[in-house]
Design a protein around this ligand. Structure first.
Ligand SMILES: Cc1cc2nc3c(=O)[nH]c(=O)nc-3n(C[C@H](O)[C@H](O)[C@H](O)COP(=O)(O)OP(=O)(O)OC[C@H]3O[C@@H](n4cnc5c(N)ncnc54)[C@H](O)[C@@H]3O)c2cc1C
Length: 275
């Protein structure tokens, strides 16, 4: 079976960023990704921008497009409006997420779907033709009490109709393999695509790792500390780490790879050239 890869982008917030992103997407298109996905409202981004940009990608390119959609804070009408729009544009794969609960959200304003499994059920029932992806956490979701509880909750999303999962980024492949093995023991048999975050910026990766509960191994942190004033060497190091991680995942059973591109080309292109 031939393996492939997908790419994740966030919607651009200025005309200049949009022009750059089209350039990035066109460079990646030459490598035939299985799909590209566009994040929704992540980090406080504008949600309408995601919908517009995702539809543009579908209209203007030949790429398969996956739309991220979070349910936190929204009602059925609003979510249906977006899902109808995607359906009318021929976008038929949704990465169904709960999203992060804003700290300031009043308890009664968290939306009609408290967790992603409720949202997956809703899409599955109302939009039976949609393919549904969900998020998975090899190192456990930061809010979860423990890994066993998180696994029970992950299974709820799968039982509700998820067709595939993409993981949060991680650096130790052992975490991914153990997570997948436990899923199989729990009779969770959907493809679980590993999410790869190339490290190019020390501050950014430190912050993201803490936020997402993805542990940065000490040897990587120490090396990045040494290279922090040499961006070129840092980039080479990040590419080397991610290329070796990706190759090892592919050699050991990962179905495909999903790259968090951070809307940049050089690192991911070099990784693709190496694997
Ligand atoms: C590949 C990927 C892409 C992402 N893209 C985006 C994006 O575009 N926009 C964005 O805002 N965020 C995005 N995120 C982040 C995601 O929204 C956050 O991690 C969020 O905190 C959880 O979303 P979820 O869908 O995993 O939630 P859930 O699966 O609902 O899980 C959230 C927490 O609740 C617990 N839980 C789940 N179901 C139940 C239940 N029925 N009862 C009790 N507890 C339960 C889980 O154990 C977990 O701790 C992405 C994450 C990944 C891995």
């Amino acid at each position: 079976m031939s393996k492939t890869f997908s790419l994740e982008f966030f919607p651009p917030n200025t005309a200049e960023a949009e022009a750059k992103l089209w350039d990035v997407i066109s460079k990646f298109s030459e490598y035939n990704p299985s799909f590209i996905s566009i994040t929704y409202g992540a980090g406080g981004g504008n949600r309408e921008r995601t919908v517009e940009f995702t539809c543009r990608v579908k209209q203007d390119t030949k790429l398969s497009t996956v739309a991220h959609l979070t349910c936190v804070g929204d009602n059925e009408e609003e979510l249906s409006r977006i899902l109808d729009r995607y359906q009318s544009q021929g976008i038929n794969t949704i990465l169904a997420l709960r999203g992060d609960i804003p700290k300031e959200a009043p308890k009664n304003k968290k939306g009609v779907f408290p967790y992603a499994d409720h949202f997956v059920s809703f899409i599955h029932d109302r939009y039976p033709d949609f393919k549904i992806g969900v998020a998975a956490y090899p190192e456990v979701h930061p809010e979860a009490k423990d890994s066993a509880t998180d696994m029970v909750n992950f299974k709820k999303k799968v039982d509700a109709g998820a067709d595939f999962a993409i993981t949060q980024f991680f650096f130790k492949n052992k975490d991914y393999h153990e997570f997948v093995a436990e899923c199989r023991r729990q009779d969770i048999n959907i493809p679980i695509i590993p999410g790869i975050m190339p490290i190019t910026d020390f501050k950014q990766i430190n912050k993201l790792s803490q936020l997402c509960g993805s542990q940065l191994p000490i040897w990587i942190a120490q090396k990045m500390e040494q290279l922090k004033d040499d961006p070129e060497a840092m980039l080479d190091f990040g590419i080397d780490v991610a290329a070796k991680q990706s190759q090892d995942l592919l050699d050991n059973g990962a179905p495909d790879l999903h790259f968090f591109t951070m809307n940049r080309t050089p690192a991911v292109l070099k990784i693709l050239e190496r694997i």
